[in-house]
Structures are given as structure tokens and as C-alpha cells.
Design a binder for this molecule. Structure first.
Ligand SMILES: [Zn+2]
Length: 200
């Protein structure tokens, strides 16, 4: 195990811990990944192991096509759209995918994008679109999520009936975006309820 792998794993585990503490990731749902600096490889959790339980030796190193370079098991569900994003966005170093309740609820209320009610969200989130439903691990889901991130301005997307994806120049930055998206979705759902269910 190299020093750079160990360092990257420590960042991965710190972010997994934070997301878990904030209640953004429950059980083995959702997943994180990060690009290994100076390589075309990505660190990602193996399928069936919760991010919070990952150790440096259980994390997988995969190439941008999903081939496992080192580690045991297969990459976690939905890793294909993580890799799709890394392929088209060289600026992205970390991806957070979470099955968060407020963001998911908003997608079920008929919104096509996340309403950005606060100046902070407007400044940080640009435009967060809702990607239509497609089954986990399907080619459609991979294609649509990847397509949603085709501009460098895009930092997050909501997935209908599923959750959210956030990206950043580091995994920690992606985590910050994920937290802001979920907070913004919570505000939007509460405003929606205040508007007696009318989609604005
Ligand atoms: Zn998922």
C-alpha cells in the first residue's frame, strides 16, 4: 500500500464519517469515490460494504472503465456514473452519491430542478437539475447522470426516486456541496408544503 493510497483512504474515511454523522448516508446506501492524484485511477467502496466501514485495505482502485486494479470484490452499485463523470470532467476529484430523503422527496413532487431560495445556494449551486428515473446500474442512468454534469458549472444533480450526486475539486468539497443540496432541498420541500402543494 503506497503512502498516497493511505493518504487518500484517510480523506475518504473522514468524509464517510462526516456524511454518516450528518445522516446523509444510511447503511450501505449511496457511495463515495475520489480520483487518485496523478493517476487515471479512482478509489471507490466495494459493493455491499457501507462507506463508513471501509478501510484502506477494503477500498478498491479502479480505472475509468471500471476495471478493478487492486482490492477484492466489485465496485459499489452506481459506480458507472461516478466513472462517467470523471471521464468528462477532469476538474472533478471527488463524487458523493447519497440516498438523501429531502432531495429524493423533492424529485417526487414533480420538480425538474432544485429551487434555490437562499443567496448561499444560488452562489454555490448554479443549477441543479432532476435526472429522470432509471434503474440502478442501468445504462440509461449512467448516460443521463453523466450528461447532467457536462458543464464545469454543474456541481450537483438530483436523481428521481433515488437521491443526489455532488462533485467537487476534492472529496471534501463534494461533501460540502452534498450537505448544501440536501439543506436546500429541505427548504424547498417546506416551502412547497407552505404553498399547499403547488409546484412553483
Ligand atoms: Zn444509489
Amino acid at each position: 500500500m503506497t503512502d498516497s493510497w493511505q493518504k487518500a483512504a484517510e480523506e475518504f474515511m473522514a468524509v464517510a464519517q462526516r456524511l454518516w454523522q450528518r445522516g446523509l448516508v444510511a447503511g450501505s446506501g449511496g457511495n463515495l469515490s475520489m480520483r487518485i492524484t496523478g493517476s487515471s485511477h479512482v478509489m471507490i467502496s466495494p459493493s455491499g460494504i457501507a462507506n463508513i466501514d471501509c478501510k484502506p485495505e477494503t477500498l478498491l482502485r479502479v480505472d475509468l472503465n471500471g476495471k478493478v486494479i487492486s482490492g477484492e470484490g466489485r465496485p459499489s452499485k452506481d459506480s458507472a456514473f461516478h466513472l462517467g463523470i470523471y471521464r468528462i470532467r477532469p476538474d472533478v476529484q471527488g463524487v458523493v452519491h447519497a440516498h438523501v430523503p429531502w432531495s429524493t422527496a423533492l424529485t417526487l413532487l414533480g420538480y425538474k430542478e432544485l429551487p434555490l431560495f437562499t443567496p448561499h445556494a444560488q452562489a454555490k449551486l448554479h443549477k441543479v437539475q432532476v435526472v429522470p428515473y432509471a434503474p440502478s446500474e442501468s445504462q440509461e442512468l449512467t448516460a443521463w447522470v453523466t450528461e447532467a454534469f457536462n458543464s464545469q458549472k454543474v456541481v450537483a444533480a438530483l436523481l428521481e426516486q433515488h437521491g443526489m450526486v455532488a462533485v467537487g475539486g476534492t472529496l471534501q468539497a463534494a461533501c460540502n456541496i452534498a450537505e448544501l443540496v440536501e439543506e436546500t432541498a429541505q427548504i424547498a420541500v417546506l416551502v412547497h408544503l407552505g404553498n399547499r402543494g403547488q409546484v412553483k
